[in-house]
Ligand binder design. Structure first.
Ligand SMILES: [Zn+2]
Length: 211
């Protein structure tokens, strides 16, 4: 299952990557949340999760997909980034714009329509993410009411709480073994041993017993 932007698990590695974190006596204010996909690097259009935990698919349109290299424009800090404008009336909150920043590369173009689960970009370290200490690949997710406004609480989209931690569950590993002809008990045991060595539990694994 997708958690926030990623299939599988998502991590907020650092407290300073949380929304609203300030430093330098309030001079620097973090307007988004820094997310790391644990099981994949593909950034996907998130779902909207309501306060009661229910979640719904949302749709929107990519209105910006670019990198700004001119350092006199503060947007350079976002590296390769996307802005998705949500279709009107989808969520009960004030959010209309989602920003996905510091991408390695973008998988969509301006003008494209996207919905929850669609791949948008590959997680990266572009823009001033490279100044993070230590540098690490992540997505800065920022949500806004207006395109030029301040970041709002992103947790209805991030799949996380606004604090460092690990969220979600690992994707299920499905394994199908097809055999031709009869399998001895020794063969079945050998297959199980291989699975165990690869960290696959016997959950959902069916063994045939041949008398
Ligand atoms: Zn950030």
């Amino acid at each position: 299952m997708q958690t926030g932007l990623f299939e599988g698990r998502v991590r907020v590695p650092y407290a300073y990557g949380c929304y609203g974190y300030t430093r330098g006596g309030g001079k620097t204010w973090h307007g988004g949340i820094d997310l790391v996909g644990v099981d994949e690097e593909t950034i996907r259009m998130p779902f909207y999760t309501a306060a009661d935990g229910s979640r719904k698919a949302i749709a929107g349109r990519v209105i910006t997909a670019r990198i700004v290299t001119d350092h006199s424009n503060k947007t350079w800090e976002w590296g390769y980034y996307l802005c998705v404008q949500l279709d009107a009336g989808q969520t009960p909150d004030a959010v209309n714009y989602l920003y996905f920043c510091h991408c390695d590369r973008l998988l969509v173009q301006a003008g494209q329509t996207v919905r929850s689960g669609d791949p948008l970009a590959v997680m990266g370290n572009t823009g001033n993410a490279a100044l993070n200490d230590p540098p690490y690949r992540h997505c800065h997710l920022e949500v806004r009411a207006t395109a030029t406004g301040r970041g709002l609480d992103p947790t209805a989209y991030s799949g996380t709480e606004n604090r460092a931690g690990s969220y979600g569950t690992a994707p299920e590993t499905r394994l199908q073994i097809i055999t031709v002809g009869p399998v001895s008990q020794g063969d079945a045991d050998a297959i199980l041993a291989v699975c165990a060595a690869r960290g696959l539990t016997d959950q959902g694994l069916y063994t045939s017993r041949w008398a």
